[in-house]
Design a protein around this ligand. Structure first.
Ligand code: ZN
Length: 369
């Protein structure tokens, strides 16, 4: 239904603002983390649930440039389920950071019911927090202010008929401090696929797409008042991605797809030409990476969007030389590369300046086993 978003960044500034804003708000650590795919983006680094065989869940720290398994045991070989980094890779559906704790969800926790855990930043001191029986759906998963906000998707299977009876999904806020949860968007049933995809949060506004029977539309909910708007009316939203203070929306219109950058801080909307499938979007680096359709010719092209909206080809080459940016900290870019097992399974980092100059002097963060 919706294109899976390839990358997402975090809204750090708005959280800092939320912390010093209205008096009714809870104390905030000033941090928010965003889980997307098998990566969790925090202010200080990135957690990677490395899908490669024999690999574990690890953490890349921007400041030190180091990548370490999330395991507190000294002299651990990280090769048995007793190791927290192995356990997290095998059992955590999603993970996020608030303050000095990781929070994660395990699908089959107790009596086949899912639940949340927390642990220290080094993986130690694991604690059970409470149950949350829904499965995670599509889009990003947000962790902030002792809350985990996510879209859920549960498929009901009719054992007698031997077929799928329906799909249920909602958007929920799970209170990590009390173990309670609340529906932010009402649970909906669909015949095929999930009804919601969570995009991100900016200030008090939550952005998500909602299936309305025939099309998906963008919705904006004010979390303080519960008011819901449709920023693009009933236009079909084919994909949406949040990054920094932008929402990058692909609107499917009769004349073709339109790529709209919506600056949530200024309200300004700009249209850009479509030039790739993987987008990385930040204030000073806007890149689209495209790949050849023909699998015998496995090439890529990376374009940088200029201020005037035009595109400039900055990199091209064979698929195993692609570095597609997923996060940025200062001048350092973290990117994904094509692994020998297939898929973008290798993490690497390089300086933005070198990336823009077409250099290949990246440093591999996660080696494949
Ligand atoms: Zn270990």
């Amino acid at each position: 239904m919706l294109q899976r978003k390839d990358c997402i960044l975090f809204f750090v500034l708005l959280l800092l603002c939320a912390g010093c804003g209205g008096s009714r708000k809870k104390e905030t650590s000033g941090q928010m983390s965003v889980y997307d795919g098998n990566l969790c983006f925090t202010e200080d680094g990135v957690v990677y649930q490395n899908p490669n065989p024999g690999s574990v869940t690890g953490y890349f720290d921007y400041k030190t440039g180091t990548y370490i398994p999330l395991c507190a045991k000294s002299n651990c070989l990280h090769d048995s389920i007793e190791c927290q980094a192995v356990y997290l890779k095998g059992y955590a559906d999603y993970i996020g950071r608030i303050g000095d704790k990781w929070y994660y969800h395990v699908a089959e926790w107790q009596e086949e019911e899912g639940g949340f855990h927390s642990c220290d930043l080094d993986g130690g001191n694991d604690k059970i927090l409470g149950s949350f029986p829904c499965s995670n759906g599509t889009g990003v998963i947000l962790f902030y202010d002792q809350m985990c906000v996510l879209a859920t998707w549960d498929v009901e299977f009719d054992e007698d008929a031997g077929e799928v009876a329906g799909n249920t999904s909602g958007i929920y806020g799970y209170h990590l401090d009390t173990g309670e949860w609340e529906a932010l968007c009402p649970e909906k049933e669909t015949e095929n696929g999930p009804a919601y995809e969570l995009c991100g949060k900016y200030g008090e506004n939550l952005f998500y797409s909602e299936w309305e029977g025939k099309i998906s539309v963008l919705k904006q909910m004010n979390l303080e008042t519960g008011e819901v708007k449709k920023p693009f009316g009933d236009t079909f939203l084919s994909s949406v991605q949040a990054a920094d203070n932008f929402l990058l929306c692909r609107l499917a219109e009769p004349g073709g797809n339109r790529l709209i950058e919506w600056n949530l801080e200024t309200g300004e909307q700009k249209e850009f030409p479509e030039n790739g499938v993987h987008m990385f979007w930040s204030e000073d680096l806007k890149v689209a990476t495209n790949f050849s359709q023909d699998f015998s010719d496995r090439r890529f092209w990376a374009y940088q969007y200029q201020e005037d909206g035009t595109c400039e080809l900055i990199r091209q080459g064979e698929l195993d030389e692609v570095f597609r940016p997923v996060a940025k900290s200062g001048s350092l870019l973290l990117g994904q590369m094509w692994g020998k097992n297939g898929g973008f399974t290798i993490l690497a980092c390089m300086e933005q300046e070198d990336y823009l100059a077409g250099k290949t002097n990246w440093t591999i963060v996660t080696e494949e086993k």
